[in-house]
Design a protein around this ligand. Structure first.
Ligand code: NDP
Length: 476
């Protein structure tokens, strides 16, 4: 597949390509151009040239393009889902859900198009003041491989609907769905150059995109260390930045929780997308009075999960996306065994089925009796491994839950209103769920505190992140 520059398929200036592989089989499914600094410069130039025209269209006209693109995505959902599964690994049902989510994001912003407006402000004296909102210019994003379609939607939609033009650098493991979705925007009537996609490595294409002086805003999702690097470069160019970084979300199960629903919440919360979601349940704290019953039910649910190729309709959990992720999970398991830091209740190894050695498969794994100093509780564990810790009460659970450098999401499972209020007030995270975990929606802000990043995506206030306010003082 080629890059998308100025509304056309483009080769990289250096003429080099890299492979995109299927994480379930190791097979090469396609090749994409290895974009260079020159390709980034061309894409930014195309976005800059398209800016004046796009900014002068009405938000409603932009919304019509979004509406058409969403309709095409829904119509082509099956073929897009198969592509997403092939390059990312997730089961088809999850891929379909992600694409529906992408379409929903476009529809939401299409609805917001009519709300772009400034203010009229009476000021003391014989004058008036107005504020008008103008788009920033060329905006950019660097996206990860875990939810490539949905995160692309979160980044391009508010920028484009506000009249900005865009350059996207997708993750090198999952560029195909991003390139395909960009071409759908053109099919829907987007003018040339408004959305450009440059494939290539983070170090080369990613960094030169952040450095490019004509890029006014960068939105990044990925690892905290990479986010800090992006922020550093962006700061020297006085660019706006939104950072959605790692998470180590705690889930607290109180003794009055509906255990059946907490068990299914924990299974989906941890093992959806093979555990590779920023807001996955990454630490589970359960009250000791119900721990035995809860863990038994959880174990039986987890043992029922079928691991396999995401294209197989019976698969509940696909492979990890890449070898680096698989090796990291194996390293953690070896460390647990070596240091005796926890008891593996189920899982803990590569599953055995025909071809399992060709992909990056790992069994869904539960570990109990995890000590506070374990890496499982301190680092972002991006894979199918759930550490379980028993606690005496809510105070102890909240204290342990907040003992993390991250602060993306957190959930509390209880029927008690006082406990709900305490959880909502005291858990230090950008998103608090009550009796659920993982659900996100473009209608509400999304983002974290501490090392989980800064800035928010989604929700109606996001549009101001992509616009400058201009004040006009009028004397009559
Ligand atoms: P990265 O942060 O390296 O990758 C995310 C994106 O950043 C990719 O598009 C990548 O490009 C790009 N990138 C990499 N280096 C740079 C750079 N120096 N400047 C600009 N862009 C860059 O994450 P990984 O894919 O390496 O995943 C590692 C860990 O990060 C995971 O184990 C997980 O813990 C965390 N992670 C968290 C996510 C979240 O949603 N919270 C999402 C993904 C990862 P390229 O693909 O070409 O390297």
């Amino acid at each position: 597949m080629k890059m998308q520059i100025n509304g056309k398929a483009a080769e990289a200036c250096g003429g080099e390509y890299f492979d995109v592989k299927n994480p379930a089989t190791g097979e090469i499914i396609d090749q994409v151009p290895k974009g260079t600094e020159d390709d980034i410069a061309l894409a930014v130039e195309a976005a800059e040239s398209a800016f004046k025209g796009w900014a002068s269209t009405s938000p409603q006209q932009r919304g019509i393009v979004f509406y058409r693109a969403a309709e095409i995505v829904r119509r082509k959902k099956e073929e897009l889902a198969a592509l997403l599964t092939k390059e990312q690994g997730k089961p088809l049902a999850e891929a379909r859900g992600e694409l529906e989510g992408f379409a929903h994001v476009l529809e939401y912003y299409c609805g917001l198009a009519g709300s772009l407006r400034g203010d009229f402000v009476p000021v003391p004296g014989n004058g008036y003041a107005f504020t008008v909102k103008n788009p920033l210019g060329v905006c950019a994003a660097i996206t990860p491989w875990n939810m490539p379609a949905l995160i692309m939607g979160w980044k391009i939609a508010p920028a484009l609907i506000s009249g900005n033009t865009f350059v996207l650098k997708p993750a090198s493991n999952t560029p195909l769905i991003n390139l395909t979705l960009a071409s759908i925007f053109y099919e829907a009537g987007l003018p040339a150059g408004v959305l450009n996609v440059v494939t290539g490595s983070g170090e080369t294409a990613g960094e030169s995109l952040v450095r490019n002086p004509d890029v006014r805003k960068i939105s990044f999702t990925g690892e905290t260390g990479t986010g800090k690097r992006v922020a550093e470069i962006a700061a020297s160019g006085m660019k706006r930045v939104t950072l959605e970084l790692g998470g180590s979300d705690p889930m607290i199960v109180c003794d009055d929780a509906n255990l059946e629903s907490a068990v299914s919440g924990a299974i989906r919360g941890r093992f959806y997308n093979c555990g590779q979601t920023c807001t996955a349940v990454k630490r589970l704290y359960v009250f000791e009075s119900v721990a035995e019953e809860f863990i038994k039910k959880l174990e039986s649910g987890v043992k029922n999960l079928k691991v396999g190729n995401g294209l197989d309709k019976n698969t509940d959990m696909g492979p990890l996306n890449n070898r680096h992720q698989l090796n990291f999970i194996k390293e953690l398991i070896a460390e647990i065994e070596e240091k005796e830091e926890g008891k593996i209740i189920t899982g803990g190894k590569v599953p055995e089925f025909e071809g399992s050695d060709k992909g990056y498969f790992f069994e869904p794994t539960l570990v109990s009796d995890v000590p506070a100093e374990s890496r499982l509780l301190k680092e972002e564990v991006f894979g199918p491994l759930l550490p379980i810790v028993t606690v005496k009460n809510l105070d102890e659970a909240i204290e342990a839950a907040n003992r993390s450098n991250y602060g993306l999401g957190a959930s509390i499972w209880t029927k008690d209103l006082d406990r709900i209020r305490t959880g909502c007030e005291q858990l230090n995270a950008g998103i608090i769920w009550v009796n659920q975990h993982l659900k996100v929606a473009p209608e509400v802000p999304f983002g974290g505190v501490k090392e989980s990043g800064f800035g928010r995506e989604n929700g109606p206030d996001i549009l101001s992140e992509y616009m400058e306010t201009r004040t006009i003082m009028l004397k009559t």
